[in-house]
Unconditional design. Structure first.
Length: 247
C-alpha cells in the first residue's frame, strides 16, 4: 500500500483533501490532547495509552471507555459502550461503499483504519454523486487523512507523555467538551440530526444517575430511535451534510 501513496501525494485532489481538513484541525488537536491526558489520568500506563491511541484511533469510543476503565466497569459494559459509540461507522461504510467498492479488499481494509467522522463529511461534500471515481476520490481521501491523522496523533501522544506534568486544574476536561461540541455541531446538517442530538442530550442528562456511565448507552439508544422515527415519518428538512445520520 505504501508504494501507492507517493502517486497520491502528487495528485491535485490530495492537496484539495488536505486543504479541506486544515480548517478544522484545531478542534481535532484539542480533542486529541485531552484524550491523551485522560488515558494516563484514568490509570493506563504510557505504553498502553500509546498502543490504544495508535491502534484504536477512535476518539469518541476512547473517551467513552476511559471512565468505565477507571471505575472498574465489567468488560461487557466497556465493549457494549464502544460498540454503540462506533455504530455510526456502519452507516459511513454503507455510504462509502458506493465509492470504494471497486477497490481491492486489502486497500479497503487499509482505508477503514483511517476513516473518521470529519473525513466522511468532507468526502461527501466533495463527491455528492455516489459513483466510483477512484482516480480522484482515493487521493482526496488520503489528503484529508494526512492532516486528520497527524492532527490527532501528535497532540494525543503529547498528552500521554506530558500527562503527569499537566495539572488537572487547567480545565482540560472542559476544553475537551468544547472541542467535542464544536465537532458535533459541524456534523449536524439537517432537522433530523438536530432532533436526534437534542434527544440524546436530554436522555444523557435524565439518566445521569445510572451506574457505570450507562447514561451513555441510554443516550445513544434514544438518539438512534429518534433518528429512525424521524427518517420514517418526517422527511429531512434542508440539505444533508452527511447522509442524515444521527451522531
Amino acid at each position: 500500500m505504501a508504494d501507492l501513496l507517493p502517486a497520491h501525494w502528487r495528485h491535485p485532489e490530495f492537496k484539495q483533501g488536505a486543504k479541506d481538513m486544515v480548517g478544522i484541525t484545531l478542534g481535532i488537536s484539542a480533542w486529541g490532547l485531552v484524550t491523551g491526558v485522560a488515558m494516563v489520568k484514568s490509570g493506563l500506563s504510557v505504553g498502553m495509552a500509546l498502543f490504544m491511541s495508535l491502534v484504536v484511533f477512535a476518539g469518541s469510543s476512547q473517551l467513552a471507555s476511559l471512565p468505565l476503565i477507571a471505575s472498574g466497569a465489567p468488560l461487557w459494559v466497556l465493549w457494549a459502550t464502544s460498540f454503540c459509540v462506533n455504530l455510526r461507522f456502519v452507516i459511513f461504510s454503507t455510504q462509502w461503499r458506493h465509492y470504494l467498492a471497486p477497490l481491492p479488499r486489502r486497500q479497503r481494509l487499509w482505508i477503514a483504519y483511517f476513516a473518521a467522522d470529519l473525513n466522511y463529511v468532507a468526502f461527501l461534500k466533495r463527491f455528492p454523486e455516489m459513483k466510483p471515481d477512484p482516480e480522484r476520490q482515493v487521493p482526496y481521501f488520503w489528503g484529508g487523512v494526512a492532516i486528520n491523522w497527524v492532527a490527532w496523533q501528535l497532540p494525543a501522544i503529547a498528552g500521554i507523555l506530558l500527562a503527569d506534568r499537566i495539572p488537572t486544574n487547567w480545565g482540560l476536561g472542559f476544553a475537551g467538551v468544547l472541542a467535542l461540541l464544536g465537532l458535533s455541531y459541524s456534523l449536524l446538517g439537517n432537522r433530523n440530526s438536530w432532533v436526534s442530538a437534542a434527544v440524546a442530550a436530554c436522555a444523557a442528562v435524565a439518566a445521569y444517575g445510572l451506574p457505570l456511565r450507562l447514561n451513555i448507552l441510554v443516550a445513544i439508544a434514544a438518539a438512534v430511535a429518534a433518528g429512525l422515527m424521524m427518517e420514517r415519518w418526517v422527511p429531512p428538512g434542508g440539505p444533508t451534510a452527511h447522509g442524515g445520520r444521527p451522531t
